[in-house]
Ligand binder design. Sequence first.
Ligand code: ADP
Length: 498
Amino acid sequence: MAILNLSTDVQKFLSEPKKLFIGGEWVEPSSKSYFPVENPADLSHFAQVSTAVEQDVDAAVGAAKAAFEGEWSHVQPQERSKLMLKLADLIEADRENLAQIISLENGKPYTNAFHGEVTITANIIRYFAGWPSKIEGSTIPVSPRGGQKMLNYTTKEPVGVCALIVPWNFPLSMCAWKLGPALATGCTSVLKPAEQTPLSAIRLAELFAKAGFPKGVFNVLTGFGDRAGAPLAAHKDVDKIAFTGSTQVGRLIAQAAVGNMKKVSLELGGKSPNIIMPDADIIKAAKGSADGIFYNQGQVCTAASRLYVHESVLDQTLEELAKHAASHIVGPGLDPETTMGPLVSQAQHKIVTGYVDKALNEGAELICGGKVPSGLGDGYFMEPTVFLDKQEQACISKEEIFGPVLTVMSWHDVEELVFRANDSPFGLAAGVWTQNLQQAHTVAARLKAGSVWINCWNVVDPASPFGGYKQSGWGREMGKNVIDAYTETKSVFIDLSE
Ligand code: ADP
């Protein structure tokens, strides 16, 4: 096992306790307390990070509010674009360091951190850098009851201070999904990264500070959900919350928002159905389906975790899936050979191994994997695992696992298939593998999911909306849709009658 050497920049970055980023300054947490960040590959504690509490939340929200009402409100759209492009360039220039930091704190393979997070993050910021000069209102032909000549137009105004609360599975790109539109629309933000992966957000703040934005436009509070996330979500001076995480915490966020009627967007869990039609290119479908569940150790809200395979191609598909699972090299993310890193934490590892035990007890048939690989020390590793649950009885076919565990089910009738695919409290993503165009469009139209992928999986683009039906969330991120989530629309009437 040859582990990549950390760059001198990363070594330096990790050598000092990390402070909070408030009002453009690095400040000590008011608690004076720091918590360790654990490397999930070897359980070592490799950095110390500030524990933010309510006073820090007040300070950060205060700084964001002052910036929103002050200097940031005078920055012209083109200048906002320029600053954002500068930030994207800085992210790109720091890509090796960022990817090392992400791989260390999250466990994912370095190359996936590099391409799947850092490059994507720079691209997201660049996409949104194009928006500031394009956020337009309209003039509307109204018909006043009194017959007056009336001019009516709308403007789009930034909603204000945004709380960005993000999870650990994509620690950097999840920040960009929210920071991008916040900056583009002229909002200011307070980011609360996940306690498991706070370092990439801190590194992002360092780059942000270099880009030249006014102080307070972006603030970062590291800490825990109860002591930092909850007071941020409830804060009276926060105007909007953008949250990605579990459905359970999403509910708490929605409740916390009620106090001052914050705008809320939620990107929550999933148990996404992936369908293989009898006419599909099975080699391609099995590869895509395996990648759809095993990417990022299965810790993806859109993981292709329910695979419905037509009975006529079930055996061949299972064989191919087992081959793909076996081809993974499980190991530390910083080993260049690794294609599947550890799970993020002991808690997550316990959940995933618990589901495997439960599936076996409930009679699901283990096709491959299912064990904690040996010889890798104490890290939170897990084999890529495939179960067959023909009767769709086991809870692994219903509940979100957030790990590299695929449940395969067979089907024979399209009507029944569509019912089963939609029979879930979630509705984030779905997929269809087929060579029949008519079938592809017809089934896609009937699937209740925010993203439908035909002959592909996990294709996400900053220009295209992303979000969930049902308990998978509220609203859409990215694309032009997200601009509405960060703006208020004002309708202005002017009586032009003589
Ligand atoms: P996961 O289950 O993927 O760990 P969570 O939904 O628990 O995701 O956490 C996502 C984010 O929400 C993290 O930044 C976490 O600290 C934060 N969080 C957890 N509980 C709360 C809460 N009660 N209020 C606000 N944020 C919270």
